[in-house]
Design a protein around this ligand. Sequence first.
Ligand SMILES: O=C(O)/C=C/C(=O)CC(=O)CC(=O)O
Ligand code: CA
Ligand code: MG
Length: 416
Amino acid sequence: MTQLLRSWVDSANTATTDFPLNNLPYGAFRSTGGDLHAGVAIGDQILNVTALEQAGLLDLPQPNVFAGGTWNDFMALGPDTWASLRAFLTGALAEGSARQADLEPHLVAMAGATLEMPFAVTEFTDFYASRNHSFNIGCLFRDPANALPPNWLHIPIGYNGRASSVVVSGTDVIRPNGQLKGPDMEMPIFAACKRFDLELEMGAIVGTPSNGRVSVQEADDMIFGYVLLNDWSARDIQAWEYVPLGPFQAKATATTISPWIVTKAALEPFRASTPPREKELLPYLAEPGPMLYDIDLEVGLAPDGKAETILSRTNYDVMYYSAAQQLTHHTTSGCPMRVGDLLGSGTISGPEKENRGSLIELSWGGKEPLTLDTGETRTFLEDGDTLTLRGAAKGDGYRIGFGECAGKLLPAPAIS
Ligand SMILES: O=C(O)/C=C/C(=O)CC(=O)CC(=O)O
Ligand SMILES: [Ca+2]
Ligand SMILES: [Mg+2]
């Protein structure tokens, strides 16, 4: 296991920071009202990468890669350029680097910056790949005797979502109105969602485009990095609309991502294998090596103005399919993948109740309310609740953190 790499940025040299020199995640930020800049997180600082490029300090194969303040154009330059920027930053930010004087003027305090979307989402696909989550949802929406669909152990199941609804952490989320029909109602009504939920997920970002089918190894090589992802879900809208084509408006309100892209390179020491196969996979889906990651995850809920309760803790390594397998399956049809495509892992639930990644599972369809540390109860989310996902891979004396993936729920628009 690698150890903490020391930086001349002192705040990066602690066991508690999300952003030691080992991490170097990529984001986008504004300092009070200013332009959008690309940046890399180091301790409690952001190194302004757009400014480094403008100052001629970066060796890139083309000009103005970071002029727009996001990472799409950089991703498009390919894995060799990804590796060389990371090598440059690792060396230049290391303790004792001769580059300190060049870089120091381009540091800004993270506390004074607004974090924005680190990349423009090209398309968004969401999967259904945690065995425990899929079993639980099958019990709650369908039949406990046949909870896991017959295709589930053979295909990474997914649906095409909406890139337009992906937002960065800190963006308020408005409770949706929609078409609802309870089992005892004769006609549906149009009303505010009453069962608004979260989904704890990881998002994988495609950095290399494809045209035609790719192998699992090629798919892994195409992934640039990972974010935390909350796929907000309207369970009552979902239950009525999903037959037969799957979720539509129930999952189109918002999907929140964490602000920092943690690169695959930073996660390399934490690779983990998918669990044993219950049915042999078709050869095109076989993994040549470990392609999940050991990342501890947690979900916190804070009612308006009150203290937070941790609702759930789990780990990304419980997933039955890796992002590489999902990406491979996505290309079997010939579907081209593009730079900036985002793949949701699917809700991450572990085996125990405290490992469940959604409220519909934690409250078992609303039948078993949770008691928060404040004393109040929840089945689903209430207006004013702030939901926060956190995640980190834990090394020897350091952590590779993602920053927070948070959103506050605001009331539904009035229906006229
Ligand atoms: O089983 C269903 O009908 C739908 C399940 C979901 O909620 C879909 C989804 O977003 C997948 C996931 O996040 O795991
Ligand atoms: Ca989802
Ligand atoms: Mg969504």
